[in-house]
Write a protein that binds this ligand. Structure first.
Ligand SMILES: Nc1ncnc2c1ncn2[C@@H]1O[C@H](COP(=O)(O)OP(=O)(O)OP(=O)(O)O)[C@@H](O)[C@H]1O
Length: 262
């Protein structure tokens, strides 16, 4: 059994260098980060600072060049095989010829879950993202925000305790994004999942996170880690509070400091 306070994700001295035709790209440099169970950790930084690469290393989709990383105390490969995480991409990535329920069931089908288990899980996750009753619709019949919720449902279907989200709301307008941010916080509180969330938006990072990791590019590294003083209960108007504005200011400063090094 894993100790209650053992890190869910633990990266130490992590480096990743891509060899490209234009020479080596140092995508991650000396990244040290421990994420505990139930944290909501956002990664923010300019394009190319390694945010996606870090999520992909956790998910065993990229191999680090140096350093160590464990996920639930295992290698990323073992964690992937144990289905330790769900992954939500920037685009919803739903198959247009399948219904919403069919999309959610697809990975469960591939893994050999029984039809009854597939149906039960699909129903449960559709309720979690507030899409009960939409299972029979096709993706094109849903708004962009609803499609993104459906892709979150698909990532939740394995019931993994880690959710990795790569700019899931980046393409949505601000009102829809606000609404999804609120819903995601609710879902996080209800399910107690550990979430790693990539974003370009300072307000989104501050609103959602218990911890904000500010990154800077060339080479991609962590320039600041901010523990949020905000309470878990966060109505949207918390964004007008002095505490919120102060954290946002510190994130902005961190991003600016990263740019000066360019
Ligand atoms: N497979 C790859 N081969 C070569 N270089 C890569 C590869 N994947 C990423 N890179 C490079 O590594 C660096 C980090 O990329 P990454 O996608 O992690 O950045 P990011 O912070 O997520 O950017 P964005 O905000 O634009 O998504 C970039 O310079 C990118 O061009």
């Amino acid at each position: 059994m894993k100790q209650a306070d053992a890190p869910v994700i633990d990266a130490q001295g992590l480096n990743l260098i891509f060899q490209t035709a234009d020479g080596p790209v140092h995508a991650l440099k000396d990244v040290d980060l421990s994420i505990r169970k139930g944290e909501f950790v956002s990664f923010i930084g300019p394009s190319g600072c390694g945010k996606t690469t870090f999520l992909r290393v956790i998910a065993d989709l990229e191999q680090p060049t140096a350093g160590t990383i464990t996920v639930n105390g295992m290698s990323p490969e073992a964690a992937r095989k144990a289905r330790a995480y769900g992954y939500v991409f920037q685009a919803a990535g739903l198959y247009p010829w399948r219904t919403i329920e069919g999309n959610i069931r697809l990975p469960l089908e591939i893994m050999g879950f029984s039809r009854a288990e597939q149906a039960e899980r699909a129903q449960r996750v559709l309720e979690l993202v507030d899409l009960a009753g939409f299972g029979r619709k096709f993706p094109w019949q849903l708004s962009g925000g609803m499609q993104q919720r459906a892709s979150i449902a698909r990532a939740l279907a394995f019931d993994a305790d880690i959710l990795l989200m790569d700019e899931p709301f980046g393409a949505l307008d601000e009102i829809v994004r606000d609404h999804l941010n609120e819903q995601l916080l609710e879902l996080w509180k209800r399910t107690e999942k550990t979430i790693g969330f990539v974003t370009h938006s300072i307000p989104e990072a501050v609103y959602l996170s218990t911890r904000i990791v500010v990154m800077s590019p060339r080479p991609g590294r962590i320039s600041d880690i901010i523990d949020s003083p905000l309470p878990r209960e966060r109505p949207l108007d918390i964004r007008d509070s002095p505490e919120f504005i102060e954290v946002a200011h510190r994130v902005r400063e961190g991003l600016r400091a990263g740019h000066v090094d360019d």
